[in-house]
Design a protein. Structure first.
Length: 673
């Protein structure tokens, strides 16, 4: 028998929530646990919805798996038709706590006079936000009016036509339809229109890749216009919620300064709300997700050990926030078999280093090596715990080589390098080193750090901890910091790669982008497949780069057919292309106006800077941490550079193609071939 027979996870907490798929799910709404943070946000939003004229556009920013999607579904049901079961269920969940009585009354007052809010839920994908929004609005409007006896308002037909047209819908057309839709909704007693866009980052990334990096783009202004329109008074008010994993401007990396500023303005139109739960609140959700089937003696055994852990941690002042011994005891018992250190580490770790598929609740449902389900299958006895070193194995060893946070990445490298230096050693030393490393990676959270008191409970016996600390200290793998009263993994690198890269890029100066790319990237010929298949004769084009400074030096009558990528970095470059370059080459050549050159320059500059550092930095030959950090950073830089180059052929719709002065309609790679 294993713990699998005694412990299980409520699957509502481990499955990924998708707004469009799960938006109507009563089960998802019922499973939601309103935390103190969620209640504060609900209070802010309902106050805005009650007001006549006030901003009603919010951006919820938080890491993957933090519960943003579940929150949005809960809110959508709260604002739904008061007669629906899901709306009643969410109101009851709020009302379970008497302190929420005023909040419940506010939501009821908003929706009780009619149909509640019309909610439009969208999950991000790599496509145009404008087109997707119009399609979803059209589907929602049709769903509302088709079952009704009275004729549908004209806005339903307008939305369907707008969704069906081949051209990109304009911001003004969309806003006109939304305003008409609000009036139509008010006429049938809807309280308002709520638009929720989850994973907005996917739309933004598509926009960065396919939008016009010189003159701006409609999807960016659509977001701005939606936020501004949500401020306006109306009988059926508009509210907009977008959910991201990072701020708007982070998605604009690689764009020109003017467009970066435009992106930053959009953030200012939305009230930014960090969606980050405290460790205590996250543990409450985890405790609810883990279900036990213990006998009375088994329950008493776990309860006793949990109380001992709580008392020890309280004495070490390592409990987070306002958590006292009684509260900690209950949480540790409910989170069994997670060791208390593991349970307290998990929320912090997920915020710092977890990927999309490495969220806390993905871990609870995972049967991968060292995942929660795997541990349940391996452990046989009640009283065995999942220790922190197992969390290290699951989360850290499965992470990508380069983390977005430089400081966290540095700590990660130091831990990995220290484990490699330790080599063949007793198991207790290896597992303790991983525990110390994990605590170092997440950083000190008050007294929750690699202190003697905390480490004393990190292995099954005190003797194993003492022996492991002595062995690791003698080998200079760890050292004790008296001023902070904690153990730290050996730190052997003073190499600051961020500063080095910035300095190297500065020294590069304003290099000629086209010449560098021609020398660096010998792109494969692009075969004219249709012609070749039909005629049996191979025909191909040679890709080359040009810009305003070097196009005149190029052979205007080359014997080879070419695809000439003209790199425009500003509006002046584009004017030169349209006025002079188009007519300068022979009928054998195809010319391409590439407007994302600033992004390409930044990608190339980082690669060139790193290559210069590799030639000049002697520390890379003597410092293993610095060498590993450089190797990871360089691999990522080269991958990003090659990805940007591959867009030229793989996504031709993001460029403008010309032959003998005539613009070509190339919408995808197949059309190009």
């Amino acid at each position: 028998m294993s713990l699998t027979d005694k412990v299980r996870i409520n699957t509502h907490y481990t499955r990924s929530i998708n707004l469009e798929r799960d938006g109507a799910s009563e089960a998802v709404a019922r499973a939601y646990i309103p935390t103190s943070m969620a209640l504060r946000i609900l209070g802010r939003m309902v106050d805005a919805l009650e007001a006549y004229e006030t901003p009603r556009a919010w951006s919820l920013v938080g890491p993957y798996g933090s519960g943003k999607s579940s929150y949005a579904i809960f809110l959508a049901h709260l604002l739904g038709n008061p007669g629906e079961r899901a709306t009643k269920a969410t109101s009851r969940i709020l009302a379970q706590n008497k302190d929420n009585a005023e909040l419940v009354d506010k939501f009821i007052s908003i929706t009780q006079a009619g149909e509640g809010y019309c909610t439009v839920l969208i999950t991000g994908s790599p496509e145009s936000l404008a087109r997707r929004l119009v399609q979803t609005l059209a589907e929602k409007a049709k769903k509302i009016w088709v079952p009704r006896e009275q004729p549908a308002p004209s806005v339903v037909e307008k939305l369907e036509k707008l969704a069906a047209q081949s051209d990109h819908p304009s911001t003004s057309d969309i806003l006109d339809c939304i305003q008409e839709l609000q009036s139509a909704l008010a006429a049938i007693w809807y309280s308002g229109l709520l638009i929720v866009i989850d994973e907005l980052g996917k739309f933004l990334e598509y926009e960065v890749r396919h939008g016009d990096s010189i003159t701006g783009s409609s999807d960016i202004y659509l977001l701005q216009a939606l936020a501004e329109h949500a401020l306006s008074p109306h009988n059926a008010k508009l509210a907009v919620i977008v959910m991201l994993h990072q701020a708007f401007e982070q998605y604009a990396r690689g764009l020109g300064e003017s467009l970066k500023n435009e992106w930053a303005k959009i953030q200012g139109r939305f009230e930014n709300i960090p969606f980050l739960e405290s460790s205590e609140q996250t543990l409450r959700v985890v405790a609810t997700a883990i279900e036990h089937d213990f006998t009375a003696p088994e329950t008493r055994k776990i309860r006793k050990e949990a109380e001992q852990f709580a008392q020890h941690f309280a004495k070490a002042e390592a409990l987070p926030g306002a958590m006292d011994v009684k509260m900690a005891s209950k949480l540790f018992e409910a989170c069994y078999p997670l060791h208390p250190i593991s349970a307290l580490l998990l929320p912090i770790l997920c915020q710092k280093v977890a990927q999309n598929e490495r969220t806390l609740f993905s871990y609870l449902g995972s049967r991968e090596s060292f995942g929660f389900q795997d541990a349940l299958g391996r452990y046989e006895n009640i009283g065995e715990w999942i220790y922190p070193w197992e969390i290290y194995e699951y989360f850290i060893l499965n992470q990508p080589a380069a983390l977005s946070d430089h400081f966290t990445h540095r700590r990660w490298l130091e831990v990995v390098t220290a484990i490699e230096r330790l080599g063949d050693a007793p198991d207790a030393e290896i597992t303790l080193l991983k525990t110390i490393g994990l605590l170092n990676i997440v950083g000190a959270q008050g007294n929750f750090k690699a202190s003697k008191q905390l480490l004393a409970k990190s292995l099954p016996t005190q003797g194993a901890v003492d022996n492991a600390i002595e062995g690791l200290t003698k080998k200079s793998i760890i050292h004790y910091r008296k001023f902070s009263a904690e153990y730290r993994v050996w730190q052997g690198s003073d190499f600051d790669i961020e500063t080095q890269v910035k300095e190297a890029i500065t020294q590069l100066g304003a290099f000629n982008l086209a010449e560098r790319l021609n020398a660096r990237h010998a792109l494969l010929p692009v075969v004219a497949r249709r012609y070749t298949i039909k005629s049996g004769a191979l025909r191909y084009f040679l890709p080359v780069f040009a810009d305003a400074s070097n196009y005149q030096k190029m052979d205007k009558r080359s014997q080879d057919a070419r695809i000439i990528f003209y790199l425009a970095e500003n509006a002046e470059d584009e004017t030169v292309f349209l006025d002079k370059v188009i007519g300068s080459f022979s009928e054998l050549d195809i010319l391409v106006l590439y407007r994302h050159s600033t992004r390409l320059r930044e990608r190339l500059a980082e690669s060139l800077a790193l290559e210069e550092i590799q030639r000049s930095a002697q520390v890379l030959h003597t410092d293993p941490v610095a060498k590993r950090e450089f190797t990871d950073r360089y691999a990522v830089a080269i991958a990003k550079e090659e990805e940007q180059i591959s867009f030229l052929i793989d996504e031709p719709a993001s460029e403008q193609w010309f032959h003998q002065g005539e613009k070509l309609g190339i919408g995808n790679k197949r059309a190009l071939q």
